[in-house]
Design a protein around this ligand. Structure first.
Ligand SMILES: N[C@@H](CCC[C@H](N)C(=O)O)C(=O)O
Length: 315
């Protein structure tokens, strides 16, 4: 089978186009065993009512309801395939509008995607905290550090803490709690994506430990949810928020109307290479053969170089 390697802010996936298959979880685990760079598999199949249907599988084989960085790459794939600048993509819980946007830097393709629905109801993550239906901007009573956390589903589950520069620079605290929340614990029965957010001079910085994956260079839904949480906490004004991450930066548009939020994530959708995959008998037994390298990565790296001064205060 042919696979396209893509990334959004270096959140890297293989993209497979074809009909739904029962073995997607196993296929993802095989691909992750062969290529440690990837954070999962994106699948693009026909939709009964939208332009295409996207599914996303984490490297542990679990399926997630959404993937913001992945949706930008799927948006590009579908728009280029159809010869259009905008489309609607069916995802597990919503049909989402996507569109091509002007290049952010020479040779860096940009796409904008809707992130929806948004819910602060703990039941929608799910998260269990006795007698609470929401958890916004409060320290968790069982945690060893006083971090204001917010739980939000967009619609995949996120726990977002606003942390000091010192805590941001040392990811061991985040890693310890993320591993706990994604193992046997009384709070998150399906696990959670855990993000630590630090305000910068211009915008915010977000590091995410993804459910089913581990630390990633960027998580699109986490960055969009973090922008919303930062607006609600008064760290940045509502509107366009620059969100920096270990793999680059994106723009998140956060609008509020009568307690309803409209969220949009804009960022790169980069094609890295085309591969041919041959399944094997065991997980590491398959073969991935490079068919064609794209020339887009150097342009992306130039863009990263240009924005690197924005996060200098965290180094
Ligand atoms: N990287 C994604 C999110 C992928 C799914 C996540 N690990 C989950 O299980 O919810 C993004 O860009 O949003």
């Amino acid at each position: 089978m042919e696979l396209l390697k893509v990334h959004g802010s270096m959140n890297t996936f293989f993209l497979y186009e074809g009909n739904d298959r029962e073995d997607f979880p196993q296929l993802t685990k095989q691909l992750a065993a062969l290529d440690e760079q990837i954070d999962g598999l994106l699948t693009v199949s026909p939709s009964t009512h939208a332009d295409a249907k996207m599914r996303v599988f984490n490297t542990d084989g679990s399926e997630a309801s959404m993937c913001g960085n992945g949706l930008r790459c799927v948006a590009r794939f579908v728009c280029e395939r159809e010869g259009v600048d905008q489309a609607v993509i069916e995802t597990m819980k919503a049909d989402l509008a996507v569109q091509k946007e002007p290049e952010i830097d020479a040779g860096v393709n940009m796409y904008g995607v809707e992130i929806s629905p948004v819910s602060f109801q703990l039941a929608d993550l799910p998260m269990t905290l006795e007698e609470h239906t929401e958890w916004r901007q409060q320290a968790l009573p069982f945690m060893d550090v006083d971090i204001p956390f917010t739980a939000v589903a967009v619609p995949n589950p996120h726990l977002i803490g606003i942390v000091s520069k010192e805590l941001q620079k040392d990811p061991s605290h985040q890693e310890k709690w993320a591993a706990y929340f994604n193992g046997d614990n009384p709070y998150f029965s399906d696990g959670v994506n855990l993000s630590y957010v630090t305000p910068l001079k211009e915008g915010i910085f977000v590091r995410t430990y993804e459910r089913g994956v581990g630390f990633t260079d960027a998580c699109g839904t986490a960055m969009t949810a973090s922008a919303l949480v930062s607006c609600l906490a008064g760290l940045v004004p509502f509107g366009d928020v620059s969100v920096f991450n270990p793999g680059g930066m994106v723009n998140c548009s956060v609008k509020s109307e009568d307690g309803h939020y409209q969220l949009k994530l804009s960022g790169n959708a980069t094609y890295v290479a085309v591969y041919r995959f041959q399944a094997g008998d065991s997980l590491a037994d398959g073969a991935l053969e490079l068919v064609k390298q794209s020339d887009e990565q150097p342009a992306y790296e130039k863009f990263i170089e240009k924005i690197s001064s924005a996060t200098a205060e965290l180094r």
